[in-house]
Design a binder for this molecule. Structure first.
Ligand code: FE
Ligand code: FE
Length: 168
């Protein structure tokens, strides 16, 4: 973080990481969608892919509000959650168990996003960037709603997963 001297620098530094996260998630979500068995889960991944594309556009706007060009810096935590998602995609398990693994990885990603966007929103408040606050607030609410929706889906699916036959 050699280039960070003030809160605006720190904000941009983190903004580049969430930009990286959204770009990676846009690439990763179609595979999660295709691997899901539950129609509800498929629909949730599809909706969130569309939301994620809009979130990336929203970030473009936030960069503009700070007179910065959109740029991505590797967000290692999201990379890890996506790797777990890829592992879930290749899982050779009963459908409900595989769906449970997909949900777990997706919720890790959502929690990381909720934390990061919450931080960015709070910093934008301190920096008195009202438009940026609204854009970030919008996204944080979408991430929270997605997390909640996944929890609801998991509640049903986990009972099925628990009944999956154990290996002899
Ligand atoms: Fe997102
Ligand atoms: Fe998300």
């Amino acid at each position: 973080m050699a280039d960070v001297e003030n809160l605006t620098d720190l904000f941009i530094h983190k903004l580049r990481r969430v930009y990286d996260a959204e770009k990676r998630l846009i690439k990763a979500l179609p595979a999660l969608h295709d691997a899901a068995s539950s129609p509800d889960l498929k629909a949730a991944f599809q909706t969130h892919l569309e939301e994620t594309e809009a979130q990336l556009d929203r970030l473009d706007r936030v960069f503009g509000l700070f007179n910065e060009k959109p740029d991505a810096d590797t967000f290692h935590a999201i990379k890890g959650a996506i790797k777990d998602g890829e592992d879930a995609v290749t899982l050779d398990a009963e459908a409900a168990v595989k769906d449970a693994a997909l949900i777990a990885a997706a919720q890790d990603a959502e929690h990381i996003e909720i934390a990061s966007y919450g931080t960015l929103r709070t910093w934008a408040v301190a920096l008195k960037k009202v438009e940026a606050v609204h854009a970030l607030e919008w996204t944080v609410e979408e991430e929270k709603a997605t997390d909640k929706r996944l929890t609801e889906i998991a509640k049903t699916l986990n009972y099925r997963a628990a009944e999956a036959p154990k290996e002899a």
